[in-house]
Design a protein around this ligand. Sequence first.
Ligand SMILES: [Zn+2]
Length: 265
Amino acid sequence: MIYRSLLPLLTFLLLTRTAGRADSPGDLPLHLPPHPRLMLTDAEVPAVKARLARAPFLQARYRLLLRSADGWVRKGVDLPPRGGQWSHWYVCKRDGTDLKTVSPTEHRCPSCGTVYHGWPYDDVLLMKTHNGYSSAVRDLGLAHRLTGEKKYADKAREILLAYARAYTRYPLHDKNGQEKVGGGHVGPQTLDEAGWLIGISRGPTWSGTVSARTNGRRSRPACCAPRRRRSGGTGWAFTTSRTGRTRPSGWWAFCSATRSWWPTR
Ligand SMILES: [Zn+2]
């Protein structure tokens, strides 16, 4: 989709702009524009609809978006009982072949037939489920913005509230199952946590699930896992402020988007 192809550039621009404004969490901008303010504003929606009306290939993509959103509306919200694991674990130890999922607890190598059970294989599937909910929040929020239909916003809100209840109960863990800096609550690395947060972060502002009151209390825990990663690590999850201090980009995206997001409906 167009918005997916533009996502890396938009994310870069957002993070760069945010990093230049503030040097610490306490310095985050106080005067933020009104919601929706992340990636797609209300002022941009008419232009998107005008392009949709004259571009058949965009209409096909739009139908796919609505199909995804409608599918999520029909589903219940059943979050995994814990965070997920590293996708690179999902290979055969003997020959490196990608495993095939037989069931949530059975994973088979198509090359040699070896069957794997338990950790970390079961938990890799949980990560896919978490990322599916992140994509759901993104699609539902965008569908709501473009159609105005409340059902999409309601389902996004349901998912966000479920994560608000579950997030702090998910243990901090890394890809080796250890409670260590560099891990996450949902994902096993700060990269995974930040990637999951991108979709989740767009949900509140796109779905209208925001409060007029500033209340960052609930957003703090999701910020904390990526933030624990120390500077000097790899750069994929971080942005560097003008003072040279590193910040995890997922944390920046989340806080800049949702600083006043908490739902009151
Ligand atoms: Zn094998």
